[in-house]
Design a protein around this ligand. Structure first.
Ligand code: 16G
Length: 245
């Protein structure tokens, strides 16, 4: 943002012109990921624009996901996550998938305990009248980056103590002889609503992938109903297809 002629050849409203200049700075690496933007006041001084205009330009960058605001410390160029290629041909766990890539997994817990089941959980998990359900809802992170929101529900005899799950659910199921061997997965496109976007650290309205997994034990019984929301900007799902005969 040079004081002389920062507008260049731009046209359109001033906040749009400023937004474009900042985007150019981000795109060219002049403002690298993680770097802070100069304070609003400073940008206003350099560009001779009002603070309202500067704020509007920054708000646009926040909305588009290239800038994030941290309470009390200003605006930063957002770090872009590396996309993860995820095979749809193997029944793996999040922990296994990330470990294979050399990434550390962490969870932020949103809900974990024993609850009254929803009608959908009763039907899908084949629960009897009066049965409770084990539910774990968490934000899953890889090397500190939020990747997916995941809400799993399991019958209590498969997961009697949901509080025991501190890292990998499948590891616990494996130990108790309840590791699923088959799953049916459904993937749909969504736009993240404000709370989902905030948890996943992306702009509101960003594309997400809603994934439902129903997994089965070797006996054919349903072990798990999991509804997840994956970041659309972080995942590519890949399936191998063969000619059927
Ligand atoms: C994956 C599964 C989820 C399963 C979890 C177990 C999808 C869409 N979901 O995230 O159903 O509960 O792995 O992971 O693939 P964990 O063993 O690391 O807890």
């Amino acid at each position: 943002l040079h004081p002389d002629g920062w507008l260049g050849q731009s046209s359109g409203p001033r906040y749009v012109q400023l937004r474009r200049r900042l985007e150019e700075g981000i795109g060219s690496g002049l403002l690298p990921p993680g770097s802070s933007l100069p304070p609003e006041r400073e940008i206003a001084e350099i560009t001779d624009l009002s603070r309202v205009t500067v704020r509007k330009a920054i708000q646009e960058l926040v909305k588009s996901g290239s800038v994030e605001q941290r309470q009390g410390s200003g605006s930063f160029v957002r770090e872009q996550v590396e996309r993860v290629e995820q095979s749809l041909s193997h029944l793996t766990s999040f922990t296994e998938d990330m470990q294979r890539r050399g990434l550390q997994t962490t969870s932020k817990w949103l809900e974990r305990g024993i609850f009254l089941p929803s009608p959908e959980e009763v039907l899908t998990l084949g629960l009897a009248a009066g049965d409770s359900v084990a539910r774990i809802h968490r934000l899953r992170e890889a090397d500190g980056h939020p990747m997916a929101l995941e809400r799993a529900a399991l019958p209590l005899d498969i997961l009697p103590n949901p509080l025991e799950v501190t890292t990998s659910l499948y590891e616990i199921l494996e130990k108790s002889g309840h590791r699923p061997v088959r799953a049916v997965q459904k993937i749909s496109a969504i736009n993240l609503d404000p709370p989902e976007a905030e948890l996943l650290g992306v702009a509101e309205g960003t594309a997400g992938l809603k994934i439902q997994r129903v997994s089965y034990l070797a006996s054919g019984r349903v072990a798990e109903l999991t509804r997840s929301i994956y970041r659309g900007d972080a995942y590519d799902f890949v399936a191998e297809l063969r000619l059927s005969n």
